[in-house]
Design a protein around this ligand. Sequence first.
Ligand SMILES: [Zn+2]
Length: 108
Amino acid sequence: METTNTAYVSVNVMQALVEEKVDKCMAEANMCTCPRCRIDVMALTLSRLPSKYVVLHSNDTLPMLTVYANRYSAAVTSQLMAACQRIKENPRHEREHADHEDIAFIRG
Ligand SMILES: [Zn+2]
């Protein structure tokens, strides 16, 4: 009997899709792609998308995600493009004391 397939993982489908698409969208936006800008784009995008957690066998994560990718791809891409434009216009990679601004920004 195969006993290694019993592990389960919970995956936020939206986060997985954003991680999959973020680099391409940032490149197309012709914006700064430093780690700070990248994580800002991801945080802003995910804050505007509903969380979609699914429980998967750890060994079939990728096939299952394809199903959700087809369902949510357009919404994820739309929010990613909007987030890229916002970060491009207001990059925060050079600010040193922006903690309180970060909170307001994510909520905005
Ligand atoms: Zn940057």
